[in-house]
Design a protein around this ligand. Structure first.
Ligand code: ADP
Ligand code: DAR
Length: 369
């Protein structure tokens, strides 16, 4: 096994020492014990990834929740003494001997509409990450590899036809005004995330970065943001069955035209360990004017159904006008259709809770008159 350069090791040890004196609550701090650190600190993957390449973000941002990303697919194996306990804890119990189940996308027509009255759910989205075999992740990608990766994906996107058909554009071809408009419509990825920047995900920006949009802006593919690809289906309203059907068709076609990175144990491989397995995050933008005022009850209810609450603009954002982004938290150790059903069940419960609170508040208003 290749060994880390002595000067690089010295720098890593200094940064680790400082980090361990912070009051970080990240999973990195919890699981990169001195024993684990000393065991893996010398290792280097075949493509040249070091432990430092995987933990730079968490060292620089002690307020990280997780704090680490895989620098390449081999990192999940070579640094497994660190990744495995982080994966086990984040995904709610997925121990080193567990294996991700075979893909099962199920039947989208089983899902229907989460909120037929349209009084709570503003929009619905299903996304996954996909990595392309033969390429490392952000910390190791060269400028040429970003360009080659983009070309590979752009070529595969040409297989999307009919209601999936659309146009790919490199970020450098889109004006800053249009980028801002796409961002406001939640179609384009945010830029400047300090966690991703520290993880090496902004190197050579905007080289190789871009976005595919189908003709009605309900299918989106991000290229080389956090992952090699993010495949996203989204639309107004709560019809998760339609959103998921479009998602499954697009993922299937792209999987037939690109070699996607996966492992038997971890399923589809992603830059961040939170996106392994199915890599699916199925979310609603939901208006919760009452439950949204009782954040603890909202968070407790979400946790009960393995849901995650994010702000209106997604991760690291706040809710605006009590519109929350609520999605499944588990992506690994369950099938695609199980992740979707887990999200649907939780959202239906949250809608019922908000509706009961509404009835309660209207009853008390009547009694007070
Ligand atoms: P990701 O979903 O890719 O992990 P984020 O949490 O940053 O990353 O969300 C990305 C974008 O998707 C954000 O602009 C967020 O507001 C938007 N988004 C998430 N869920 C929905 C939804 N149900 N409807 C509309 N936009 C959504
Ligand atoms: N903010 C980083 C990443 C957490 C997971 N989100 C991703 N991968 N976008 C953290 O460690 O909190």
């Amino acid at each position: 096994m290749e060994q880390i350069d002595p000067d690089a090791l010295t720098q890593l040890e200094e940064e680790y020492g400082k980090f361990m004196n912070t009051n970080s609550h990240s999973l990195l701090k919890k699981h990169l014990t001195q024993e684990v650190f000393d065991k893996v600190k010398h290792r280097v993957t075949a493509e040249g990834a070091t432990l430092h390449d995987c933990i730079r973000s968490g060292l620089a941002n002690p307020d990280s929740n997780i704090g680490l990303y895989a620098a390449d697919t081999e990192s999940y194996i070579l640094f497994q003494e660190l990744f495995d306990p982080v994966i086990d804890e984040y995904h709610g119990g997925f121990g080193p001997s567990e294996t991700h189940p075979k893909s099962d996308f199920g039947d989208p027509s089983d899902l229907g509409d989460l909120n037929e009255l349209g009084d709570y759910v503003l929009s619905t989205r299903v996304r996954c990450a996909r990595s392309i075999e033969g390429y490392p992740f952000n910390p190791l990608l060269t400028s040429d590899q970003y360009t080659e990766l983009e070309q590979d994906v752009e070529y595969a996107l040409e297989n999307l036809e009919g209601d999936l058909g659309g146009k790919y554009r490199s970020l450098s071809e889109i004006s800053s005004e249009e980028q801002e408009e796409l961002l406001q419509r939640h179609l384009l990825f945010k830029q400047g995330d300090r966690f991703l920047e520290a993880a090496g995900a902004s190197r050579f920006w905007p080289e190789g970065r871009g976005i595919f949009l189908n003709n009605d802006n309900t299918l989106v593919v991000w290229v080389n943001e956090e992952d090699h690809m993010r495949i996203i289906s989204m639309q107004y309203g709560g019809h998760i069955g339609e959103v998921y059907d479009r998602f499954v068709r697009a993922v299937t076609i792209l999987s037939d035209n690109l070699p996607m990175s996966s492992s038997e144990r971890l399923g589809f491989l992603s830059f961040c360990p939170t996106n392994l397995g199915t890599s699916i995050r199925a979310s609603v933008h939901i208006h919760l004017p009452l439950l949204g005022r009782d954040r603890k009850t909202l968070e407790d209810t979400a946790a009960k159904f393995n849901l995650q609450v994010r702000g209106t603009s997604g991760e690291h954002s706040e809710a605006e006008d009590y519109v929350f982004d609520i999605s499944n938290r588990r992506r690994l150790g369950i099938t695609e259709i199980e992740a979707l059903k887990e999200m649907c069940n939780g959202i239906k419960e949250i809608i019922q809770l908000e509706s009961r609170m509404e009835e309660g508040s209207s009853q008390s208003r009547k009694q007070s008159h």
